[in-house]
Design a binder for this molecule. Structure first.
Ligand code: 5AD
Ligand code: SF4
Length: 366
């Protein structure tokens, strides 16, 4: 180790020392940051190998009953055209995932009661019957009965970000919860009990997030023993309450910047703390910084990419944050670009479903 960092320091990061995590999140020396990202890349290589698993993302509905103060799909946003894809449209995207050699399809939506239990269960059953794909659901906070029915129908994985480990920050960025409603931690517990591979995560640089908060999030990833971890930079959406956030950021001491570098530092620390988890280089990272963002994520501990297979006319409407679709962007060439990037980095596109080794270690399956 060549830049003043001893191996005890590396071990300590691996063994989780909250103060050191905070120090790393405060680090500004570019050389030391590169050192951290490389260390995470090495742990990624040793623990989960050189495969980059491709998950085909299908954004099946942009309806949402929630009002998260940062999100462009929030119920209260003015003028949003809403859509819900038909089964045949969704299944066409699923076939595209198969044709492109992907091992997993991710069905994602806002929290949409219109996607009822039976409809989603039927869809999952069909995908599992007609393909060999793993099915990941990302449909928000749903009832235990829904989650159980979907697991029985064959769903393999579920993504539900807890968004922040700080109760105070959670309250600042979300409207008050209905009394007695289960919180995300409880739902994450159900998902685990139901045998799903469980994914969670946070945004990096949401207004009001301190380095201490983010260090707490990273500690919680480890405590929850997550199978998948999603971490991306916060990207302000001007039509949301947290969209015009510059003034708040300027006044907050210890505010986490919403930069690609900070997101990669958090990603690297997540890899060191949870070596066996599947960790994507997220769409938000690519949105902020294009292909270099994806590449930087893959060099900082990520081993997953989630190419978007949603038809372009719907994708434009799935505007969690602005600029998710660049002018003229189609479907085919980004996929080729991603494959070339993976190969140019000396990595290989993942084969099979790419189950989380953390989940396999936890459950002794598959
Ligand atoms: N910037 C970045 N990520 C966001 N999300 C929601 N809004 C934003 C934003 N403005 C993330 C949240 C949510 C997921 C669907 O997208 O973490 O869980
Ligand atoms: Fe809805 Fe999810 Fe956006 Fe919240 S973050 S408003 S639950 S889509």
């Amino acid at each position: 180790m060549d830049n003043g960092m001893c191996s005890a320091e590396a071990r300590s990061a691996n063994g989780f020392d909250p103060e050191m995590i905070h120090d790393w999140l405060s680090e500004e020396d570019p050389e030391r940051l590169v050192f951290l990202w490389r260390m995470a890349d090495r742990v990624r290589r040793e623990q989960v190998g050189k495969s980059v698993h491709l998950r085909g993302l299908v954004e099946i509905s942009n309806h949402c009953i929630r009002n998260c103060r940062y999100c462009g799909l929030r119920a209260g946003i003015p003028g949003r055209t809403r859509y819900r894809m038909r089964d045949d449209e969704i299944l066409a995207c699923v076939q595209e995932a198969v044709q492109r050699g992907m091992g997993t399809v991710v069905l994602q939506a806002g929290e949409d009661p219109g996607l009822d239990r039976e409809r989603v269960a039927g869809l999952v059953r069909r995908i599992k019957k007609e393909t060999k794909l793993a099915v990941t659901l990302s449909l928000g906070e749903r009832s235990l009965e829904d989650l159980r029915a979907w697991r029985r129908a064959g769903a393999d994985r579920y993504l539900l970000r807890f968004e922040t480990s700080s109760p105070e920050l959670y309250q600042q960025i979300h409207p008050p919860r209905t009394q007695g409603a289960p919180d995300r931690m409880e739902i994450l517990g159900w998902l685990k009990d139901l045998g799903y591979e469980v994914g969670s995560g946070v945004m990096v640089g949401i207004p009001g997030q301190t380095r201490e908060d983010l260090a707490g999030d990273l500690a919680l990833f480890r405590k929850l023993d997550l199978d998948m971890i999603g971490l991306g930079p916060f990207i302000p959406h001007p039509k949301t309450p947290l969209g015009a956030h510059d003034a708040q950021v300027a006044t907050l001491i210890d505010q986490v910047p919403a930069s690609a570098d900070m997101a990669c530092t958090a990603l690297a620390l997540a890899r060191l703390l949870c070596p066996l988890s599947n960790i994507p280089a997220t769409t938000a990272l690519a949105t902020l910084d294009g292909t270099p963002g994806l590449e930087q994520g893959l060099r900082s501990g990520a081993n997953v990419i989630m190419p978007d297979l949603t038809p372009i006319h719907y994708r434009r409407l799935y505007e969690i944050y602005p600029s998710r679709v660049r002018p003229g962007e189609g479907c085919a060439e980004p996929h080729e670009k991603i494959l070339s990037l993976i190969r140019a980095m000396g990595r290989t596109p993942g084969r099979g479903c790419g189950d989380s080794l953390a989940w396999m270690a936890r459950t002794g399956m598959k």
